[in-house]
Ligand binder design. Structure first.
Ligand code: NAP
Length: 326
């Protein structure tokens, strides 16, 4: 009997695909750039399983073109690039990789937070530019974390991990989310629930950790920036489109808030002629939240295990549309 065919849309960390080796005929897209949509459309007609990334548009047309497609496995926790409804309509399970990237992404959030608060990137550039003449009382002043208020928007896995890391910094931590957590969880995490607008008004640092959806698209735009303190810093390691880039540019340019740090942008990659890149009070990293050797291997292995389960007609260990099984 011939093995099921799968298409993997990029080269993954070595060993990540091990669980699939004896179970499937594997084609791996060899290029550095993701396959074009037209190529995906062609490939999907010949496969039983698709292992994809957040850079692939998996829309209704693509899903319906894959007549033999049995499973879609995404190597990411977010799945805003996949039309889940279309997959569910066809009873195709969609897998993701929650949990294994939580700590890495929370670590990066804190790295960006501290870089923005203490102007680390500007300082480093200042030294390399030969501008360091002497110790100066008012050179490159940032903001203290001790005593400040950290506002977490979206207290999911990563939001919680960010909150846990705050405990050593003597911060007040407030959060808003769709659902308020129990008093026990709030106490254990040392967080206080507030309404979204109040969080925007009271926070010195605001960090975004919601999933991207219709409700959270441009959740932060002109009206929300207008509520923030002039000294506020915004961190986004969730998804670029949660922040309106035009509003962010106007706000940072006019000094209406102090600074921002983004690991994700709208669009990605950010175009080199984007006015955002001209701003000194903005730090941007290229979507590296989960980019550690250990985490990426765990994500690849988890995605491979999800795919394998789908090929074997077993429930996916991590499935975003489990309703297909009922
Ligand atoms: P998660 O556990 O599902 O948490 C997402 C949280 O967002 C949920 O707790 C949910 O709150 C909240 N939320 C959803 N819609 C909301 C809304 N309209 N208003 C307020 N809160 C809302 O997911 P996670 O594992 O923490 O990951 C969060 C996101 O981070 C992912 O979706 C992904 O896009 C992004 N991410 C980025 C990187 C990176 O490389 N930069 C890496 C990993 C993940 P409730 O629980 O209250 O409903």
């Amino acid at each position: 009997m011939s093995l099921p065919k799968i298409f993997v849309t990029r080269q993954l960390p070595e060993r990540g695909l091990n669980p699939l080796l004896s179970h499937a005929e594997i084609e791996i897209w060899p290029e550095r750039q993701p396959p074009a949509y037209e190529i995906l459309l062609e490939k999907v007609q010949q496969i039983d399983g698709l292992l994809c990334l957040l850079t692939d548009r998996i829309d209704e047309q693509l899903i319906n073109t894959g007549k033999s497609l049995k499973v879609i496995s995404q190597m990411a926790v977010g799945y805003d690039n996949i039309d889940i409804k279309a997959a569910t309509n066809r009873k195709i399970p969609v897998g993701n990789t929650p949990g294994v990237l939580t700590d890495a992404t929370a670590d990066l959030t804190w790295a960006l937070l501290m870089c923005a608060a203490r102007r680390i990137i500007e300082s480093e550039q200042y030294v390399r530019a030969g501008s360091w003449q002497t110790w100066e009382p008012t050179l490159l002043l940032g903001t203290d974390l001790s005593g400040a208020t950290l506002g977490i928007v979206g207290l999911g896995r990563i939001g919680e991990a960010v909150a846990r890391r705050a405990s050593g910094f003597n911060l007040r931590v407030i959060y808003s989310s769709r659902h308020r957590r129990s008093k026990e969880i709030e106490a254990a995490l040392g967080v206080e629930y507030v309404e979204f607008n109040r969080l925007l008004q009271e926070s010195d640092i605001i960090t975004l950790h919601t999933a991207l959806s219709k409700e959270t698209h441009h959740l932060i735009s002109y009206a929300q920036f207008a509520l923030m303190k002039r000294s506020a810093i915004l961190i986004n390691t969730a998804r670029g489109a949660i922040v309106d880039p035009q509003a962010l540019y106007q706000t940072l340019k006019s000094g209406q808030i102090a600074g921002a740090a983004l690991d994700v942008t709208e669009p990605e990659p950010i175009p080199l002629d984007s006015p955002l890149l001209s701003l000194k009070n903005l730090i941007i990293t290229p979507h590296i939240g989960s980019a550690s050797y250990q985490t990426r291997l765990k994500m690849a292995t988890m995605a491979a295990n999800n795919l394998l389960a789908g090929l074997l007609n077993q429930p996916l260990p991590y499935c975003v549309n489990p309703e297909i099984y009922s």
